[in-house]
Write a protein of this length. Structure first.
Ligand SMILES: C[S@@+](CC[C@H](N)C(=O)[O-])C[C@H]1O[C@@H](n2cnc3c(N)ncnc32)[C@H](O)[C@@H]1O
Length: 418
């Protein structure tokens, strides 16, 4: 099967709202695709106040923010609780800028005085929490101050601004308090931060959020909702007109690792069992979330291309004499990944309006013994098997793979529900 590969369409006009905002930046913008990509396709698909957009792998919320800025109703699904918090907060503009700043200033006073008066040992994480983190993710004094600040923020659990206050904390925790760097995998910087002005940085972050909200307040009533859900098993109340999303790719990237520090400190993941529970809801895209009981491969066992690809990877492993636990799982990632995509697409179908547009942003991969995985074209093939029409596969960008020296495409696979 072959498809016409085109370049991503140019921005058509100023149909959609262009005033740019920092909302994407409220938390970990780097994890996402660029907002202009969403805007271009929403334009192309004629999204409006009368259409419903779904992002079933909504991550930190880029699609939903773009929708809301443009008055387009939207829904998101996400299975990582930290990303879920981010997308929920980023589309909640029902808060009063002056009020949240006032609350933040009170917290700042209380936390600063608490930190100053504190005598004795620094606050620490439990042994179980520490075991979940990369060693030296955060130095003792910044951690102590961060935990004290969080204690005060937690006094506001019942307040409607609470999650905005926590997201500001999560962003500063990773960007300013911690020793982490991302490039693209998460690691610890050589130069550690021994002390940081934790409370002041957090206050500034809240003020910046408040300013963004002031800019977009008039759009606060546009519908947007995010659900904690496993998109391999879609369940919805209504019907959707447009899907725009970027699912994980089969590339060894462990999203629970890139968000680990904030997930642990905010209390989403307290031990290995919590971690496993969340990982089991994710599309299998890396060897760290493969489980013995996994069986999504059964949905694609008749797809020769996927089965041959898995076989090729496993044969290569044997040929190279590679025996590590991870390498033994490479072929499993491939079959389970596409099996999960199959489950997602088939369960989604009944919730789509006739002729609905779907766009999946995915990247080719060569992470497994440099064997090329044409993610977009395989996804298109699966979709066609299920009864979708493949509209186009647009190349969105190309990057050089450091391991294989090959150029790999990132593509937007556009489907129609027929
Ligand atoms: C490539 S990221 C999406 C990035 C997104 N465009 C953004 O703005 O941040 C893929 C997301 O899918 C989520 N995910 C993976 N498997 C999932 C599943 N089965 N159901 C729902 N979300 C899932 C991951 O946690 C991750 O946040």
């Amino acid at each position: 099967m072959s498809y016409v590969i085109r370049l991503e369409p140019k921005m058509e006009s100023n149909k959609l709202f262009h005033l740019d905002t920092n909302i994407h930046n409220w938390y970990r913008f780097v994890l996402s695709f660029p907002p202009h990509l969403v805007k271009n396709y929403l334009n192309k698909f004629n999204a409006s106040k009368d259409t419903l957009v779904l992002d079933p792998f909504c991550g930190t919320g880029t699609t939903l923010v773009e929708c809301k800025k443009n008055g387009i109703p939207s829904i998101g699904f996400e299975a990582n609780p930290m990303a879920l918090l981010s997308s929920q907060v980023k589309i909640n503009w029902m808060i009063e800028p002056d009020e949240i700043i006032e609350i933040a200033k009170n917290i700042e006073k209380k936390a600063s005085s608490k930190i100053q008066k504190h005598k004795g040992n620094y606050l620490k994480l439990t042994h179980e929490q520490e075991k979940l983190l990369i060693k030296n993710s955060i130095s003792p004094l910044p951690l102590h101050k961060a935990l004290m600040l969080l204690e005060v923020i937690n006094e506001y659990k019942e307040n409607k601004n609470y999650n905005h206050l926590r997201l500001a904390f999560a962003k500063q925790l990773v960007n300013s308090y911690s020793n982490l760097h991302f490039g693209p995998e998460v690691g610890v910087a050589r130069k550690k931060k021994d002390d940081v002005d934790v409370v002041d940085l957090w206050l500034r972050e809240v003020v910046s959020i408040a300013k963004d909200i002031a800019l977009f307040k008039e759009k606060e009533n546009t519908y947007g909702e995010v659900f904690f859900a496993d998109s391999r098993n879609v369940n919805l109340n209504g019907k959707v007109d447009i899907v725009f999303t970027s699912p994980p790719y089969p590339n060894e990237k462990d999203y629970t690792r890139t968000t680990r520090l904030e997930s642990v400190i905010l209390g989403y993941i307290n031990n290995k069992e919590d971690l496993r529970k969340y990982k089991k809801n994710l599309l299998r895209s890396n060897t760290r979330n493969i489980y013995v009981s996994d069986n999504d491969e059964k949905y694609v066992k008749n797809n020769k291309r996927i089965m041959n690809l898995a076989k090729k990877i496993e044969n290569k492993r044997i040929e190279l004499g590679k025996t590590s636990g991870f390498e033994r799982y490479y072929y499993r990632v491939v079959e389970l990944y596409f099996g999960g995509i199959y489950r997602h697409l088939i369960s989604l179908k009944e919730y789509l309006n006739h002729n609905a547009y779907l766009a999946y942003v995915v990247g080719d991969q060569a992470s497994y013994f440099q064997i090329l995985i044409n993610t977009g074209s395989i996804l298109a093939e699966i979709a066609e098997d299920i009864g979708y029409k493949v509209d186009t596969i647009d190349v969105f960008r190309t990057r050089l793979s450091t391991t294989s020296g090959k150029y790999l495409n990132e593509e937007v696979v556009v489907l129609r529900n027929s």
